[in-house]
Design a protein around this ligand. Structure first.
Ligand code: 2HG
Ligand code: ZN
Length: 480
């Protein structure tokens, strides 16, 4: 350990006394796994990981760090796609892990609410809801690792936004430790609670720049008693959208997920992930994963799926489709979609564009971006996939097969600019569900500059005047 990655000795002593050996890690071997992000974009340095065992302990630790002027980086499951939880290279920022705050504090199937601490893994929250006969509907590829604190801090979306909204829509109340160590005890489980500024919403999507979410009161839904999952080959991006519309027009509430995949993306999953094969007789350029669910025992979903798919086959929009016959088949079809990020990673370097547009413009986004990207980097492979039903497409670009990954990644900003120009034209957003983190701060001025960014800065300096909470994330440096 170099001297500039050590905590000031008085702070170290005070934290040791407060947190004990389980709550404070200073050995490099313990810290190292948390210094890089999942994508390997950033490599930071840090003198310590704080692992408080309670909200009160965290509040006291925050007071100590604030008094010593030590910056803090909140850490959940470390699944950020934008470097949102990685400390910078200075070696001054401590990592604050919420892993030990991992209790489900309450679960009420009559109120349909769940109170979970920040370190509860998303899958654990889903399982707890299921055990009580309910559904916690937030669902995303990283759900076995991502935590409640992380998904709220990033306002994660995932696969079911089309039906249940983003994490924000599932949040009723929050407990938060502020940058000065004050605690907001806001775990109210109420559907109606208009009592001044809705402060709880400030912390959702703030990526830990305004304080630490330590626990959340969350909405549950009735569990699904019937589910149908289908994998469809469709003729084009427009045909995919038209299929979505057919289902929505027939039974809006039935569609739990409507995911688009390009043939290239499915090919990569088949190539790299064991046990995945094309589920239909022939390969297709455009595919859809459809998930229908109903809380009614006989919701008629099978008949709905068959009749809408038949109509779309007759109209030439759907080329072929398979409806899963068992839970295992449903999981296997979902796996093709969920393994897309891992398959892309194994194929080589790729640049992610987590963007959204109005749903009606998704086909245009995919088409125009694909043409523009292959013109920008000949031989590169567009891999658009994702949440068509809510307008969020991962307009990713895989490197040309023969290109040096470093040469390709050196063009990352050109690639993002290329897609973003089209997104702007289509009245979309350059950051749909992964957040800003460290990766996209330099886009904020351009996209959210003026009064909007000014208001964000005013909020940041009101709550965190010393700038100690997750510095370098979300907000760009002061305008020059
Ligand atoms: C998903 O939808 C995630 O699987 C990751 O948001 C998307 O890898 C990506 O670009
Ligand atoms: Zn996604």
């Amino acid at each position: 350990m170099t001297p500039d990655t050590m905590l000031p000795p008085p702070l170290l002593d005070a934290l040791q006394a407060l947190l004990g050996p389980r709550g404070l890690l200073t050995e490099h071997a313990d810290i190292a796994p948390w210094l890089a992000d999942w994508r390997g974009l950033y490599q930071g340095a840090s003198p310590a990981i704080l692992r408080p065992g309670s909200t009160e302990e965290l509040a006291q630790a925050v007071r100590l760090c604030a008094a010593a002027g030590v910056p803090m980086v909140p850490m959940g499951g470390n699944t950020s796609m934008v470097g949102g939880a990685t400390p910078d290279e200075s070696g001054r920022q401590v990592i604050v892990s919420l892993a030990r705050l991992n209790r489900i504090r309450a679960l009420d199937p009559l109120d349909m609410t769940l109170v979970a601490e920040a370190g509860v893994v998303l899958k654990t929250a889903q399982d707890a809801a299921a055990e009580a006969g309910c559904l916690f509907p937030l669902s995303l590829g990283a759900e076995g690792t991502a935590t409640i604190g992380g998904v709220l801090s990033t306002n994660a979306g995932g696969n079911t936004t089309v039906r249940y909204g983003n994490a924000r829509e599932l949040m009723l109340g929050l407990e938060v430790v502020l940058p000065d160590g004050g605690v907001i005890h806001g775990l109210r489980r109420l559907r109606k609670d208009n009592t001044g500024y809705a402060l709880r919403h400030l912390f959702v999507g703030a990526e830990g720049t305004l304080g630490f979410i330590t626990a959340a009161a969350l909405r549950m839904y009735p569990r699904a008693r019937e589910q149908e999952v289908a994998f469809c080959a469709v003729g084009s991006e427009d045909a995919a959208l038209s299929l979505f519309r057919r289902f929505r027009d027939r039974d809006e509430g039935a569609v739990r997920a409507f995911e688009y995949m390009s043939g290239t993306g499915v090919d990569l999953a088949v190539r790299h992930i064991e046990g995945i094969a094309w589920p239909l007789g022939a390969r297709a350029d455009h595919c859809v994963l459809l998930d229908l669910a109903s809380s009614r025992p006989q919701g008629g979903l099978r008949a709905l799926a068959e009749s809408v798919l038949e109509e779309a086959l007759d109209a030439g929009e759907v080329l072929d489709a398979v409806i899963a016959e068992s839970d295992a088949q449903r999981a296997a079809l979902w796996r093709i979609r969920d393994e897309h990020p891992e398959a892309q990673k194994r194929e080589g370097a790729s640049v992610k564009n987590d963007v959204s547009v109005p749903v009606s413009r998704v086909p245009e986004l995919i088409r125009r971006s694909s043409v523009a990207l292959t013109a920008l980097i000949p031989g590169s492979r567009p891999v658009p996939f994702g949440h068509m039903g809510d307008g969020n497409i991962h307009m990713n670009l895989e490197q040309p097969e023969a290109m040096d990954p470093a040469v390709f990644l050196a063009r990352a900003h050109d690639i993002m600019d290329c897609v973003n120009a089209i997104v702007r034209d289509l009245e979309g957003s350059f950051s749909a569900e992964h957040g800003i983190g460290r990766l996209k701060t330099d886009m904020m001025e351009d996209w959210r500059g003026g009064a909007e960014l000014g208001a964000m800065r005013a909020i940041k300096s009101a709550l965190d005047p010393l700038g100690l909470m997750n510095p370098g994330k979300v907000l760009p440096g002061p305008a020059s």
